[in-house]
Ligand binder design. Structure first.
Ligand SMILES: O=C(O)c1ccccc1NCC(=O)[C@H](O)[C@H](O)COP(=O)(O)O
Length: 205
């Protein structure tokens, strides 16, 4: 049984489908190189009704980048691809919970304290030559977190699909999962059926 974040929501239809599928969070991607990229104004049209918490994703962010998005729309959580100190600074600046995204290859890469943050996204490192740090459909070795004493809440991500998420949950010990590619038919195009199957498989139903 795990909660689910569906990341890379980029249309009103995809937002509705993620809500109907039972996602616990939706991710909005503000990284221009991503096939799921949206702007702040586009995000404003995607379910700012509070139905499902919205996680805003930023890569190498500064305060101006985040402020520009927040001027156009609200966010509930920040998912940041940057160092822990910058995460703490931005957390204080905007008064929003921060999840730091951590690329993991071995147990040595796992955080050993909460870093003054609210949680982590634990995912596979990007493959060589990747143009983005996440959303690459690359699976992590799920045994890496088996003996980890997680210092705070965390979500498992990377290459998850409706077919492998139950095994990923069982082997990693996670209580929350995060998916982007695995619920798409092509990069950036979310599938309602795949989202429904993914959430059901994550819930064990
Ligand atoms: O999804 C992207 O395109 C992306 C681009 C740059 C940074 C992060 C990105 N995704 C972040 C996520 O939270 C994804 O859900 C996570 O990396 C898992 O992606 P996937 O392996 O495609 O399920």
């Amino acid at each position: 049984m795990a909660r689910t974040k569906i990341c890379g929501i980029n249309t009103a239809a995809a937002y509705r489908a993620a809500v109907e599928a039972g996602a616990d969070w939706v991710g909005l991607n503000f990284y221009p190189r991503s096939p799921r990229y949206i702007t702040g104004p586009q995000a404003a049209a995607l379910g700012a009704d509070g139905t499902v918490p919205r996680v805003g994703l930023f890569v190498a962010p500064d305060a101006a980048m985040i402020a520009t998005v927040l001027a156009a729309t609200s966010l509930d959580i920040l998912q940041l691809y940057t160092d822990a100190a910058t995460c703490r600074t931005l957390r204080a600046a905007f008064g929003l919970p921060v999840w730091r995204a951590v690329g993991v290859a071995t147990a040595a890469d796992l955080p050993t304290d909460d870093e003054g943050l609210d949680g982590f996204i634990i995912e596979s490192k990007p493959p060589a030559g990747a143009d983005r740090p996440g959303g690459n459909a690359v699976v992590l070795d799920w045994s890496v977190t088996q003996d980890w004493q997680a210092p705070s809440p965390w979500l498992l991500a990377g290459g998850l699909t409706p077919d492998n998420v139950a095994e990923a949950i069982a082997r990693s010990g996670t209580t929350a999962v995060d998916v982007s590619s695995g619920v798409e038919t092509t990069p950036g195009l979310k599938s309602s059926d795949l989202m429904q199957h993914f959430v059901r498989a994550a819930r064990g139903t």
